[in-house]
Design a protein around this ligand. Structure first.
Ligand code: GLN
Length: 302
């Protein structure tokens, strides 16, 4: 209602301006309309200063590069001043879709802080977890997605220094008798497609029938519906889902299943050592200056 009224008033205003002053007013009419639309477009407005900042930051760098002293040019990925980052915003608290419809979470905040250190604009692309690795070097420059460093992935991508320790957890319905690794044998196990939880269920558990999902929450919903017996997923998302579906599911510590500790790192284009060095340096600075701990507190808690 309010918006309609505002549009109507803007229309009246535009009309009167138009009749009052002729040709030039086309521009004024436009800006009048934009003001009304602004309520619906906070993102575009918020994005403006960011772009400006990045462009400002990019200027001296480009000059330095001509002197041969600046190393951003050493990385093809960020030579354009933009770091395009892939994530899968289905993995709270590391990445999820925020209230504004944009990817948010610990990883998103971390890569933005890194981008700031690098003086590049960060653009986040939300995509399926399983296509992240293959998209590095074409659709995206790097991926941050609670991604565990694995030997298999190292065949396709490089990794930054690790920034977080993780462990697979097992989510079960309240009252389930699953408690040890041997109990998983022959069970129907829900996983996120292409994740380390998927690899455990598919490769290590005897006789499991594995249901693969693109969204972790769909696996948990099927657990609640009784379509799967348990869900293997990383600790922090497991704890988030345990809280979200309190009374329906329980998250069991992976230690009681003898799962191995995993390390999260940023996946990088293979061979781009200039980028790896810059990202690792930024990561060290972010840890040293307390930003990292602040982000842990804000997004993950204790
Ligand atoms: N850490 C797991 C992996 O790397 C899961 C990551 C995720 O689902 N975002 O496979």
């Amino acid at each position: 209602m309010k918006k309609f009224l505002a549009l109507f008033l803007a229309g009246v205003l535009a009309m009167s301006l138009l009749t009052a002053c002729g040709g030039k007013d086309a521009a004024q009419t436009d800006s009048g309309n934009n003001e009304v639309e602004d309520t619906a477009q906070p993102e575009a407005d918020a994005a403006q200063p960011e772009t400006d900042e990045t462009e400002d930051a990019a200027q001296p760098e480009t000059n330095e590069a001509q002197d041969g002293t600046e190393d951003r040019a050493g990385s093809e990925a960020i030579a354009d001043g933009v770091l395009t980052v892939g994530t899968n915003a289905e993995f709270p608290p590391f990445e999820y879709v925020g209230d504004d419809g944009q990817p948010d979470g610990f990883d998103v905040a971390l890569i933005k802080a890194i981008g700031e250190k690098l003086g590049v604009q960060v653009e986040v692309e939300n995509m399926e977890f399983d296509s992240l690795v293959a998209s590095i070097g074409n659709k995206i420059d790097v991926a941050i997605a609670g991604m565990t460093v694995t030997e298999e992935r190292k065949n396709s991508v490089d990794f930054s220094d690790a920034y977080y320790d993780a462990l697979q957890y097992v989510i079960v319905p309240e009252g389930s008798e699953i408690a040890t690794f041997d109990d998983l044998a022959g069970k129907t196990i829900g996983v996120q497609l292409g994740t380390t939880g998927d690899f455990i269920a598919s490769d290590d558990v005897d006789g499991a029938s594995v249901s693969q999902y693109n969204k972790a929450v769909d696996a948990v919903n099927d657990l609640i519906n009784g379509r799967v017996d348990c869900v293997i997923i990383d600790k922090n998302p497991a704890l988030v889902f345990e809280e979200k579906f309190a009374g329906q599911v329980k998250a069991l510590d992976g230690a009681q299943f003898n799962f191995e500790v995993e390390n999260y790192a940023i996946a990088l284009p293979k061979g781009d050592t200039a980028l790896a060095e810059q990202i690792n340096t930024a990561l060290q600075e972010i840890k040293a200056d307390g930003t990292f701990d602040k982000l842990v507190e804000e997004y993950i808690g204790q």
